[in-house]
Design a protein around this ligand. Structure first.
Ligand SMILES: Cc1cc2nc3c(=O)[nH]c(=O)nc-3n(C[C@H](O)[C@H](O)[C@H](O)COP(=O)(O)OP(=O)(O)OC[C@H]3O[C@@H](n4cnc5c(N)ncnc54)[C@H](O)[C@@H]3O)c2cc1C
Ligand code: SF4
Length: 523
């Protein structure tokens, strides 16, 4: 690496792709800097529940510097994580391996034997993230189990592998995962608060494994700084390095813009961060030779989120790890019982009764009918005090393909439809599941109002936009995650995922990044 440059690699974003890259590049002897726009939270900093909007939501324009970002587009609503540890701070810990269809579909189909190639990296990813079967079912899981039984699928109902330390609750032990090289930990209390940030030091978020170890081995981490520009220094293909410009994200008055130089750059800002930056760099001509596929083939994992609320006070649906049980209700789908901890009652505000219909007028008519027949089931929902205890969320996903694209508008990103199938929240199997669980617990299914009124699905698993292709005409990166048209430039995060996994994607992002990093030689 050139001596006059300050770093060998700058990594933009500290989520799954960024954290794996940070550790593996540092271990290979490179000088690494991770730049993260969000805050560096510790257990005690997390909000007690999701009414503490300033600590839960990421909305810098309102001075809210929390861990969950909600982005509303015409064709999807995206939930994503922000902070040192990225989506691992807010995620529900679940680490499934996708079915074979994922490895043989989408943009990367046929470019490698992905299932075989990634197998050892899944194993390593599980070890590093501390994947372990959830040992205890609670009421939400039992509700899903009853639904599985009624649907003749109980033999497939199971406990998922989750990235949680199931040691003794409220008891500090020295690092149980990395032969003492990692931080002290405490066992899970099954409080259900994983998605507002684990206050008990039990969740294996990235700051407890990959990032922690990377920092111990010499990687630098800069929090609360947002990268705005990456441009080649000297030669226009980046072979003589890059200049990276970033500014303060959380200071009240000064932006404090700074520039640094690096031989290589890894884009790991998640879909919203990476695709935004790449589109900006192409449009503003800092990197005009990027593939014209930047922003194309964005996938929502074909999801439906439904929230089933009961008035039955004998149940406590908030207990347990955030996702405690799963089963595949049909050949394409995967469903999970999800929960928030007691007190996290925010979601009763943006939801309305679940209705399907081919256009918004039909759906509004169905809502009016619901209001006439069951006014209190709807209105009363806003007045339930212990909403989290009374609500189980069903997360249904499919590996079937559907795509949209992200475009650079005048001020911000926007979504567009493509020739492919468009994603929809109105998935018949998701409704069957929600109705069945509602029957089991005497509840009513609700959905996000945005889903029902706009027909655009909400997703916690936005993927693609910088996909793998056999050449620059068909993809943004090659099979080793190298960006076409530039040297020492990589994309390692959800935007590199080139098909719908139909299950939660973080384990796959981790495994794909492990593989990409294994191709980079020792310094
Ligand atoms: C509520 C919720 C629950 C979830 N549960 C699960 C689950 O159980 N299992 C699972 O597998 N997945 C889950 N996910 C999804 C998972 O969080 C994401 O798929 C995953 O985090 C994506 O990883 P990534 O590497 O693409 O980037 P991310 O983890 O999204 O990290 C990107 C980071 O880059 C930072 N960044 C972006 N742009 C810039 C910039 N310009 N400069 C500096 N920093 C920048 C962001 O702040 C962020 O911290 C969940 C997501 C949500 C929102
Ligand atoms: S259930 Fe509670 S203690 Fe266990 S990982 Fe989640 S937040 Fe932490």
């Amino acid at each position: 690496m050139s001596d006059h440059l300050e770093y060998d690699f700058v990594i933009i974003g500290s989520g799954f792709g960024g954290s794996v890259s940070a550790l593996r590049l540092t271990e290979k002897g490179y000088k690494v800097l991770v730049i993260e726009k969000g805050k560096w939270y510790q257990g005690k900093d997390f909000p007690k529940n999701n009414w503490h909007l300033k600590k839960w939501l990421w909305m810098p324009s309102m001075k809210f510097y929390g861990i969950l970002k909600m982005t509303f587009f015409r064709y999807t609503t995206i939930l994503s994580g922000v902070g040192v540890g990225g989506g691992s701070l807010v995620y529900a810990n679940t680490l499934p391996v996708p079915k074979s269809e994922f490895f043989n579909s989408g943009n990367w189909k046929g470019l490698a034997d992905w299932e075989k190639e990634l197998k050892p990296f899944y194993k390593e990813a599980k070890r590093m993230l501390g994947a372990e079967k959830n040992p205890k079912f609670f009421d939400s899981d039992l509700a899903l189990k009853m639904a599985a039984e009624s649907m003749g699928k109980v033999q497939d109902f199971e406990s998922p592998e989750v990235s949680v330390f199931f040691g003794k609750a409220n008891t500090v032990v020295s690092d149980p995962f990395f032969k003492g090289e990692g931080p002290d930990r405490e066992g899970c209390t099954f409080c259900g608060q994983c998605m507002t940030g684990c206050p008990n030091n039990a969740k294996n978020s990235l700051d407890k494994n990959y990032l922690y170890l990377a920092q111990q081995k010499g990687a630098e981490i800069l929090a609360e700084k947002k990268v705005n520009v990456v441009e080649p220094l000297g030669k226009k293909d980046g072979s003589t390095g890059y200049q990276i410009t970033f500014e303060d994200q959380t200071s009240y008055f000064r932006k404090n813009t700074k520039k640094i130089t690096s031989k290589g750059v890894v884009f790991s800002g998640g879909v919203l961060g990476t695709v935004r930056l790449l589109l900006d760099m192409k449009v503003k001509k800092y990197m005009p030779d990027l593939s014209s596929q930047v922003g194309n083939y964005v996938r929502t994992n074909n999801e439906n989120l439904s929230l089933i609320t009961t008035r039955n006070k004998d149940l406590d649906l908030s207990k347990g790890v955030a996702i405690g049980s799963i089963f595949p209700p049909d050949e394409h789908g995967h469903v999970e019982a999800v929960r928030y901890g007691a007190g996290s009652n925010f979601w009763k505000i943006p939801v309305i009764p679940m209705v399907f219909g081919k256009n918004v007028f039909v759906r509004i008519l169905k809502l009016l009918k619901f209001l006439l027949i069951h006014p209190w089931k709807w209105i009363g929902n806003y007045f339930i005090k212990d909403y989290a205890q009374r609500t189980v969320i069903l997360l249904f996903m499919q590996h079937l393909d559907s795509t949209i694209k992200l475009k650079r508008g005048r001020f911000n990103l926007s979504t567009r439809l493509t020739d492919g199938k468009k994603p929809t929240p109105f998935i018949p199997m998701a409704k069957t599941l929600a109705d069945q669980v509602a029957k089991e617990i005497g509840g009513t299914p609700f959905m996000m109002s945005t889903d029902i009124l706009t027909g655009a699905p909400s997703t916690a698993h936005i993927l693609g936009g910088a996909v793998i292709g056999k050449d620059k005409e068909s993809g943004v990166i090659n099979t080793e995650h190298k960006v076409y048209g530039y040297k020492n430039l990589y994309v390692c995060d959800g935007s590199a995922m080139s098909a719908n996994p139909g299950v939660n994607p973080s384990l796959t992002i981790t495994a794909m990044t492990e593989r990409a990093m294994s191709k980079i030689p020792q310094k």
